[in-house]
Design a protein around this ligand. Sequence first.
Ligand SMILES: Cc1cc2nc3c(=O)[nH]c(=O)nc-3n(C[C@H](O)[C@H](O)[C@H](O)COP(=O)(O)OP(=O)(O)OC[C@H]3O[C@@H](n4cnc5c(N)ncnc54)[C@H](O)[C@@H]3O)c2cc1C
Ligand code: SF4
Length: 528
Amino acid sequence: MTGDGSGGPTSALALDTSRMRRFEPGEEVDVVIVGTGAGGAPVLAELAAARLRVVALEAGPFFDPADHTPDETDAAEINWMSERLSGGDDPTAFGPNNSGRGVGGSTLHWGAFTPRPDAGQLRLRTETGEGRDWPFSLEELLPFLVRAERDLGVSGPADYPWDPARSYAYAPAGRNASAQHMADGCRVLGIRATDAPAAVLTRPREQHGIPRGACIACGTCHQGCRTGAKATMGTTYLPAAIAAGAEIRAEAMVHTVETDAAGRVSAVVYRQAGRDLRQPCRALVLAGGGVETPRLLLANDLGNANGQVGRNFLAHPATQVWGTFDAQQRAYRGYPSSLITEDFLRPPGADFAGGYLIQSLGVMPLTFATSLVRGGGLWGAELMAALEGARYTTGLGINGECLPQRDNALVLSGEVDEHGIPRAEVSFTAGANEKALMRHATDVMVRILEAAGATSTRVLDRTAHTLGTCRMSDDPQDGVVDASGRSHEVENLWIVDNSTFPSALAANPALTQVALALRSSQHLLAGH
Ligand SMILES: Cc1cc2nc3c(=O)[nH]c(=O)nc-3n(C[C@H](O)[C@H](O)[C@H](O)COP(=O)(O)OP(=O)(O)OC[C@H]3O[C@@H](n4cnc5c(N)ncnc54)[C@H](O)[C@@H]3O)c2cc1C
Ligand code: SF4
């Protein structure tokens, strides 16, 4: 069974490309979209539904969900593994930690944990004097968040303590061992915690002809979901896009953006099967993610007269604390992110701006070993002992605000990749605010695990996600795109991916990204 987009045999969960529209080579289309992840896929579906002629160019291949494997080494095929240079005092980890490559983008391997941002997170500067506000309010984003939840199929509790108006269409996923301990510890300490919102089906649903199953609690979401329970772009927006007349070209790495005499985008050039092919277009949407989009813009010297492309790289503080218990826990079983607390979005008396949320964790052995080395500094006999004891541990992790700093930036390195394009070089140093936030969160997580009965705890420092390198701004000098996602400098260029986040938010980014994509689509259609 293959999912290669050739129209050959595939499983029922794979995208059916046998009747996909295919534009003539060289034929001008209305819009080209670069990337098919959480930003690109919804735009592709929305524009196709509005009868625009749209083509998505995706660097990675088609994957058939039936071919995903829990083996972490083989599963790396769904990650962006081409080297990126990482520097600064707190270099961010790439590879499986950071972005996907394939039709569906990072949603192939995401954890599907889908908290919504609250109003305060979009008004960080107004509320704290630090960072940036988003150029629109939660009120404006909310309908798109609700629609995104409906399209993805989000499960969650009947009563959400921090937002009584909210409801979820699916009952929550089962709690894993980490979630049970988190619930116990929070109860003892008087912290509110509840089943987490997750784009994970808890009853089957047929979606655009794809029979998505219910979660079977296998715990291998980050290696790709084999039941279709976890929403990916390949089981939601992309089949809708194909049905509405969009074309997806896989293994098509865009490296050049051409402009006309007026400075408007006129075509892109991509490498596919060793050949350079040109695709003329009337408008271009970049949705390659927080690293590849600024890299492409810098390589083409596009949209960057104000020097903002690549600046203000944001990475969420994602510190983990693991507690050891007397009995075996085997926390790799079950849907990992099954419990949440939002009690620390604005902790009273905190010595930092912003806040964080806490979620339960569950990781596979290689990922855990990597975190022990990178985040815990373990090696040799100590590392082997920690791995031996891993089945007795349960873990908690945060997603925290990160303030923009101009010098946390992505630039082009002197090295080139396999396509001859300069590699991205990303520099990240946590500021005093992030460090204070991580100290606060570590203390809270240690206390929760101890209250649940942990006999010892271990802290693993890490960051997650790649945001902010082409931020949205009302002031054309302060960012790369406007509030709708349109370039301040190039009239028919749009960016719809994590690079546009002006502040990191404490909410994990993908649900907001899908909502942003739906919102940008409306603007794009209105101005086309
Ligand atoms: C391990 C992990 C777990 C995560 N878990 C969660 C979670 O539980 N909840 C949550 O909210 N978020 C999570 N995320 C983050 C989430 O996946 C991202 O926020 C989201 O997918 C980003 O969307 P995007 O459109 O910016 O980029 P992506 O989804 O990464 O899509 C970008 C796409 O563009 C393609 N591309 C890039 N450059 C080019 C080019 N030049 N030519 C052609 N194609 C190109 C890439 O191959 C890729 O397919 C997780 C991320 C990781 C790494
Ligand atoms: S735990 Fe559930 S959502 Fe995750 S991979 Fe397994 S079946 Fe899919």
